[in-house]
Design a protein around this ligand. Structure first.
Ligand SMILES: Nc1ncnc2c1ncn2[C@@H]1O[C@H](COP(=O)(O)OP(=O)(O)OP(=O)(O)O)[C@@H](O)[C@H]1O
Ligand SMILES: CC(C)(CO)[C@@H](O)C(=O)[O-]
Ligand code: BAL
Length: 297
């Protein structure tokens, strides 16, 4: 019978993965913070298409949480997560704790900093967040040494930062993005959706709807982006959100759109009660026309 090997011991994990590598098996890696939903499982399924074995990590990384954020409240559901991963055919689950990863504490640990991309959007609302993400992702990459790592496009800025870090540091792996998995009403699946009250849950899909209206307007040729952004923020405010940002950006640089932009990303983060939701949509610009219509989910 197949067993999913679960360990928090990195030496042990490395030894087991070395055996797989020696057998010529290709390794895909899916880093997570647990409380798994179908979005995470979609990353696992993509990993199984691209490699022989999938390694998942579950670690709620304290270094990427700011003071007063939800580190303590973050849902930890290891038993249910293990069942879901086993059912998908995951072979290895890595579950370190904070002392395994940061034995001398957070302050004394080396950090990885991806400039520019880390400072905008969620980086402005959550200072230091992406240094924490880049540091843990780099460390997990070194522990697992995967051939391919899979990330969700829901966290589009995070995916861009990981790609940049991998390119800049010449890390020997491919980074693959998976389209956002949504509920039937459009709300992007997220562990934090569990914080929403029933009333907030009814309002929450408006974030995706507002991104969609903005994308439709751009696809129809409306190019006053400042007006679109401010209209979207107003719509969210009126519905009870507190927007951190609603921004139309170049999908490659996450800076303002220019005439060289090939793909637009529309990104938003907004609080609904105590829950911070993020989402984004993209639009490829078809060079044959002024504004193309190639939308992503
Ligand atoms: N709805 C989704 N569709 C596709 N990928 C997703 C989705 N939600 C999360 N992911 C991806 O899963 C990986 C792990 O994310 P994480 O464990 O933080 O889950 P989360 O649901 O995004 O939680 P959070 O509420 O903290 O944002 C990331 O690469 C993230 O982009
Ligand atoms: C990539 C990650 C697992 C690093 O802690 C986290 O930021 C997440 O779950 O998106
Ligand atoms: N998926 C994003 C992780 C975080 O918000 O810390």
């Amino acid at each position: 019978m197949y067993v999913m090997k679960t360990t928090g011991d990195r030496q042990r994990l490395r030894a087991q993965l070395a055996e797989c590598r020696a057998r010529g098996q290709r390794i895909a890696f899916v880093p997570t913070m647990g409380n798994l939903h179908d979005g995470h499982l979609q990353l696992v399924r993509r990993g199984l298409e691209l490699a022989d074995i999938v390694v998942v990590s579950i670690f709620v990384n304290p270094l990427q949480f700011g003071a007063g954020e939800d580190l303590d409240a973050y849902p930890r559901t290891l038993a249910a997560d293990k069942e879901k991963l086993f059912a998908e055919g995951v072979k290895f689950l890595y579950t370190p704790d904070a002392t395994d990863i940061y034995p001398e504490g957070l302050e004394r640990h080396t950090q990885v900093l991806v400039p520019d991309l880390s400072e905008t959007l969620c980086g402005s609302s959550r200072p230091g967040h992406f240094n924490g993400v880049a540091t843990i992702v780099a460390k997990l990459f070194n522990i697992v040494q995967p051939d391919v790592a899979i990330f969700g496009e829901k966290d589009f800025q995070q995916l861009s930062i990981v790609r940049k870090m991998v390119a800049d540091l010449c890390l020997p792996l491919d980074v693959i993005g998976v389209p956002t998995v949504r509920d039937r009403d459009g709300l992007a699946l997220s562990s934090r959706n569990g914080y929403l009250s029933p009333t907030e849950r009814r309002i929450a899909p408006l974030l995706h709807e507002t991104l969609g209206s903005c994308r439709d307007a751009i696809a129809c040729g409306f190019d006053n982006f400042l007006q679109l952004e401010s209209h979207a923020r107003m719509r969210l405010l009126q519905a009870g959100f507190e927007p951190d940002y609603f921004a139309i950006r170049d999908a490659r640089t996450l800076r303002q759109v220019t005439e060289d932009t090939e793909e637009i990303a529309i990104l938003a983060a907004a609080r609904l009660g105590s829950t911070r939701l993020i989402d984004n949509l993209r639009l490829s610009l078809n060079p044959a026309s002024d504004w193309g219509m190639l939308a992503t989910p």
